[in-house]
Design a protein around this ligand. Sequence first.
Ligand SMILES: C[S@@+](CC[C@H](N)C(=O)[O-])C[C@H]1O[C@@H](n2cnc3c(N)ncnc32)[C@H](O)[C@@H]1O
Length: 223
Amino acid sequence: MDLKLLAAQLRKPEGETGKMVVEMMNKGNLLLNQWAIEALELKKNDKVLELGMANGFFTSSILSVHPGITYTGVDFSELMVQAACELNQSFIIDGKATYLTGDAARLPFEEDDFNKFLTVNTVYFWESPEKELAEIRRILQPEGLAVFGIRSKKAMDQMPFTQFGFRKYDLQELQNLLTANGFHIHKAEIKQEPPYQFEDQTIIMEDIIVSCNVNHCCPGKII
Ligand SMILES: C[S@@+](CC[C@H](N)C(=O)[O-])C[C@H]1O[C@@H](n2cnc3c(N)ncnc32)[C@H](O)[C@@H]1O
């Protein structure tokens, strides 16, 4: 696939190509998503918001941790919201999962609506991350936990499509971004995946998982 097209589809899956790309993401992003979900430290009655859940493939991994957990997924791709609703129909019927179309910069929720927040492989696409991060702080309860999962800059540099529209971070840069925008780092780690095959090339995936609390001392969050 053309590299620019692939990059655009990863940012926002659309049409028939989007359906193919999401299958590829579900396989390729499995470990990072599992690790990010572990970092959420899920407990009974947690109210989880996931931003950029694509087709909601990992919703079941969150809901299976405890029967009291509720899940909301938001994504700006209508195709993905529709796919997530189809894949997770039984959770929707049981009142455990909800999927909405929405943009990270204007989340369609009230202040303090969630106590857990998760986003995996989306931070690269934020042009003004301070806007998205302010939104996440707004919807997160004061004692809440937010988890950000991304591929490291070193890992992304191995994949040529990432030169089109991806903002890359190493661990320190991601931590700096989060602390500058009112988050307090709870845990930050780099994990290495087993070697991965991408278009005749063996890639060593390095994953960054950072969990944070809202920093109460930082201006912007009215409590
Ligand atoms: C690269 S995919 C990652 C999907 C999944 N989280 C994973 O790790 O496999 C990025 C997803 O986030 C969504 N997305 C990207 N930027 C977004 C934004 N600003 N607001 C809402 N959704 C966004 C895209 O539509 C897409 O479904």
